[in-house]
Design a protein. Structure first.
Length: 134
């Protein structure tokens, strides 16, 4: 008696489906490979901003001293994409609010790229002297 082969022409995984899964996982891995450094830089910027906000020497300091301290903290963490010139300082009832908004453009493949947008803020406690807005 001969075994029935009805419906087995497309049984199991073929090479094309294996290749499709491999390419999909490769693209996802490449996306992660490009995204991790951007988010590590964002973490370093957030850490520098909150470190400046917790520094007791900056509580009554002027805008220039805050900018210089933040630039020093960013250079220490090897952050090149953000500068203290992007820092905006505003008065709030509990002190001064330090805020940085920045974007990072990262090329991916061919004409495909990603834009990452970050907005970090921290409050420098104490009373600010004069007009410290920029």
């Amino acid at each position: 008696m001969q075994a029935s082969t009805w419906g087995c022409d497309q049984c199991g995984e073929g090479w094309f489906s294996f290749l499709y899964v491999l390419i999909t996982l490769g693209l996802f891995g490449l996306f992660v490979f490009y995204s991790v450094p951007v988010y590590m830089t964002a973490y370093a910027v957030n850490d520098a901003l909150h470190g400046a906000a917790q520094d007791k020497n900056l509580r009554g300091a002027g805008v220039r001293k805050i900018h210089d301290d933040l630039n020093k903290r960013l250079r220490t963490n090897y952050v090149d994409s953000v500068t203290a010139d992007q820092l905006k300082i505003t008065q709030v009832p509990s002190g001064r609010k330090l805020q940085i908004k920045y974007g990072v453009n990262k090329h991916f493949l061919f004409n495909i790229g990603f834009h990452y947008h970050f907005k970090e803020s921290a409050v420098l406690p104490g009373n600010g002297r004069g007009d410290n807005s920029k």
